[in-house]
Design a protein. Structure first.
Length: 428
């Protein structure tokens, strides 16, 4: 494996392991522009490897980060890594069957027939949503035999990519954010198979090429280009799937795709949240229905939507990144890159009943920080406060935040716990 890097969001499996997604690995590799072979060059470019020196400058110290010397080294990264915290002697495993792209993470649900389904997003403008359905079924319990079996479930199965179809006339998706005549941005969709084991479903690609060059294989079958699909998680209460689409300011630019019903705004600075329901509630299904739960931004703006809830009664929200759920199935959203001239934060929103769509801000993080890794329990909430003070002009000599220590200290990422003074319930 030779290491893992740029790990982003994770997911906890039903058998107690952690899935970690390798995201923006391209920034570690140098000299992609020295490659002359057109096939290799196109593959590198599709994963964001262009130019000479890298951002991280690791190539100065290790040739494996110099593409000119080690062309295939980039293919070691961009995977979902399974880590077993309950077995200190175990070795992390990169699950090639889940495909290689800029994984925000992977989140697993056990389908009704016992197979497991992992949902994933590729965090890039105009990239795709994926899922993986295992061949074998989960074994119950925490015995050594059951855990060893379950830790192999993500090795064998079928990898799919999502294609969304709107149910409104194209003319009604005009980029203004105005809802179409049927009152919702919604429609149907299908999961297009890419590969299963050593079988490829993509003409011109072997199964191995599908797994290693998943973005290019997906391009060939015509899925829907999304607005930075980051966290994609199934709700354990209603089995519906919620995707945080962070933003896409390139949508609608010259030469770029314009508004579509699942991505209805050009210059999408604020992002949206999509709700997907598999056919008959079966997470292994190959077709689904979908709707936009939220179209984020300033509630006073005409191009925002809050699940049909009264927009005068909701909190502004921008750039959804991670999602989580409480025991009642309410959706919690952390943000990254707030474009409303406010700090990022954590927000709660019901997905059922009369309060569906009522976004309420729960906390705010310091300036320059990203809210991530929310853990929601009945009586406490955890959030990771990442890179506080990351603002243009900030440096070690000129820190623009002193959180959490105050004074003249350097800013530090930290994990924050929140609970009620009376130790009562936060959720529900």
């Amino acid at each position: 494996m030779l290491g893992t890097l740029n790990n982003c969001a994770g997911g906890v499996t039903p058998w107690g392991t952690i899935l970690s997604g390798e995201e923006n690995f391209n920034q570690y590799f140098a000299n992609a522009d020295s490659i002359t072979d057109p096939v290799a060059k196109a593959r590198l470019a599709r994963y964001g490897l262009r130019g000479a020196a890298s951002e991280r400058k690791w190539e100065r110290f290790d040739k494996r980060f110099d593409v000119a010397q080690e062309l295939n080294e980039t293919n070691r990264f961009g995977w979902v890594v399974e880590i077993d915290p309950l077995d200190p002697d175990s070795t992390p495993v990169k699950h090639t069957a889940l495909g290689r792209f800029k994984h925000e993470g992977a989140n697993v649900i056990v389908a009704r027939d016992g197979r497991v389904v992992a949902y994933m997003g590729d965090d890039e403008r105009f990239d795709y949503m994926y899922k993986f359905v295992s061949d074998e079924r989960v074994k119950p319990g925490n015995s050594k035999h059951a855990r060893e079996h379950n830790k192999k479930l993500l090795d064998k199965g079928t990898l799919y990519v999502a294609k969304f179809t709107g149910d409104s006339p194209v003319a009604e998706i005009d980029g203004s954010g105005k809802l179409p005549a049927d009152g919702a941005f919604d429609g149907t969709g299908e999961w297009i198979p890419l590969a299963a084991g050593d079988r490829s479903f993509v003409p011109g690609f072997t199964a191995e090429e599908v797994y290693v060059f998943t973005r290019l294989a997906a391009d060939a079958v015509g899925p829907t280009k999304m607005d930075r699909p980051e966290d994609v998680e199934p709700n354990p209460r209603n089995r519906r799937v919620y995707a945080a689409l962070t933003n896409n300011t390139d949508r609608g630019k010259a030469g770029k795709e314009g508004a579509t019903e699942p991505n209805p705004r050009p210059n999408n600075r604020h992002g949206h949240v999509l709700e997907l329901e598999e056919r008959r509630g079966d997470n292994t299904a190959t077709s689904f229905s979908w709707k936009l739960m939220l179209v984020c931004g300033d509630p006073t703006s005409a191009d925002t939507y809050f699940g049909g809830y009264d927009k005068t009664q909701v909190s502004p929200i921008s750039c959804p990144d991670n999602v989580a759920f409480d025991a009642q199935g309410n959706l919690w959203i952390s943000t990254d890159g707030n474009a409303l001239k406010s700090n990022d934060g954590l927000f709660a929103v019901p997905v059922e009943g009369p309060y569906r769509g009522r976004v309420k801000q729960f906390l705010t993080v310091p300036k320059g920080a990203e809210t991530c890794g929310p853990v929601i329990e009945d009586d406490f909430v955890l959030v990771a406060v990442q890179h506080p003070g990351e603002i243009d002009g900030a440096s070690a000599g000129n820190p623009l935040s002193h959180w959490p220590d105050g004074g003249t200290s350097q800013p530090r990422p930290s994990v924050v716990a929140v609970w009620k003074k009376d130790k009562g319930r936060i959720c529900g």
